[in-house]
Design a protein around this ligand. Sequence first.
Ligand code: FES
Length: 121
Amino acid sequence: MANQYTLQVCTRQELASVSYLSRKIFFKKKPASAIIFAFEGLAYAYINHCMHMQRSLNCEQDAIFDETGLYLRCSMHGFIFDPKTGECQSPVCFGQRLQALRLEEVDGVIYFAEKHLTLSD
Ligand code: FES
């Protein structure tokens, strides 16, 4: 059963049919955008906010992964991030992490499971 902080994001099937999804949210009372994707069979979500210059990973093109599909990549300057941890792998921001958002999956439906998160529309 989903916990008290859950907000539905999508179904597992929907997530499997796209490279990523975006959702407008409020996180800790501030407007933000979340990216949600499946990687190696698990669902992940992060605030879509690059550590380098505060841009969205998909600000320059409609993609959040590099050409190998192994790393998230910011389309502004190409910094890459580990999709499992959000940790930046590029020298300037090495070790800094994208803000992870907890997800919960119940019966094939994926929910946000964050206390300080609400959907904005
Ligand atoms: S703003 Fe993301 S790599 Fe520069």
